[in-house]
Design a binder for this molecule. Structure first.
Ligand code: CU
Length: 349
């Protein structure tokens, strides 16, 4: 099939492609599973390595055997038909028993881990209820009454028990460094738990294709010291800050007159104004570090971009499709309107 120069090019390309794939394994990558930062992710990573080494062993033995056979027993000029063999009991027993043992070695830790992962340890727990929406995350803390979106704060070292449901289609909750994926269904609740061992910020991502902007359905888990978490909780329960500048005051007026308030709640503890569509609670929006479901850093320029053309940032999203400011030319936002809304929204802390 290949002559020698072609083969060399093919092998070189394959090696290059492999190298590119392996770059994705860098544990510094914010969504790498190879850098577990909590016990659930660690268990899953341990399993991953057991299976990885087994698979590598199989690959080397089978691939090596194949390569050896192909080279050693290749057809040589002048050779007749080789001896015809049929069956080899020793080999057949070998390749039945060895995989059976390997599967057992994988099965035992898998089952033990499965029990560990599906039962949150008893003791102090933080309960969080997450509702997935196309393409953002509603987050409720039933014990304190906090409601927020797209950024979960949790105390470091505490078991966090998460209940998940969906307002529309299938989604999947995934924070690679803290815990593996959990599917989310409309009309049904699934649950999982995790614990973060270090203070930090962890990337999350919807991991079940859920429509046009699925790839932009991200979130953050921010782990705080217990004191910081308490302070955060208290700040979330407080009313939003009053507009502090003339621009922000004008923005607050626009928020009502441009009907933003139809979907977005600015009242602590109220998940969404909800009419006609659910949308992120914005009471303390300005205090978040990211926006539009974790896809952009929170700053005036990005907020301006979002408000100018949400469909450009996140194709197909409900706000771009349904908010009067984007569907009705008579309600369109002027450049000044956007500046004022940015001032108002950034002041919501
Ligand atoms: Cu999705």
């Amino acid at each position: 099939m290949f002559n020698r120069p072609h083969l060399a090019v093919f092998v070189a390309l394959l090696a290059l492609f492999g190298a590119l794939l392996i770059v994705g394994c860098n544990p510094d990558n914010p969504q790498s599973i190879l850098d577990a930062k909590g016990p659930v992710a660690q268990r899953q990573l341990d399993l991953y390595w057991i299976i990885f080494w087994m698979a590598l062993f199989v690959f080397v033995v089978v691939g090596g055997g194949l390569l050896y056979t192909v080279i050693r027993f290749r057809r040589r000029p002048g050779q007749g038909i080789p001896a015809q063999v049929h069956g080899n009991t020793k080999l057949e027993i070998g390749w039945t028993v060895v995989p059976a043992i390997m599967l057992a070695v994988i099965a035992v830790p898998t089952v033990i881990s499965q029990f560990y992962i599906s039962n949150a340890p008893s003791g102090d727990q933080l309960q969080i209820n997450v509702t997935a929406h196309q393409w953002w995350w509603e987050v409720q803390y039933p014990d304190s009454g906090v409601v927020t979106a797209n950024e979960l704060h949790v105390p470091v070292g505490m078991t966090v028990s998460v209940e998940l449901t969906s307002a529309d289609v299938l989604h999947s909750f995934w924070v690679p460094k803290l815990a593996g994926k959990m599917d989310i269904f409309p009309g049904k609740t699934t649950s999982m738990w995790f614990r973060a061992d270090e203070v930090g910020e962890y990337f999350g991502q919807c991991a079940e294709f859920c429509g046009e902007s699925h790839a932009w359905m991200r979130f953050r888990v921010i782990t705080d010291t217990p004191e910081d978490f308490e302070a955060w909780t208290a700040s979330q329960l407080a009313q939003a800050a009053k507009p502090a500048t003339p621009e922000a005051t004008a923005g607050a007026g626009l928020f009502l007159s441009k009907a933003c308030i139809q979907c977005h709640s600015t009242t602590p503890g109220v998940p969404t104004a909800g009419f006609p569509y659910p949308a992120p609670n914005l009471t303390h929006f300005g205090g978040r570090t990211t926006m539009a479901a974790g896809i952009m850093e929170m700053n005036a320029a990005n907020l301006r971009e979002w408000l100018s053309d949400p469909n450009e940032v996140k194709p197909g999203n409900i706000m771009a499709k349904e908010a009067r400011a984007y569907t009705d030319p008579a309600s369109a936002l002027s450049s000044d309107d956007i500046d004022n809304l940015v001032a108002y929204l950034q002041g919501l802390r």
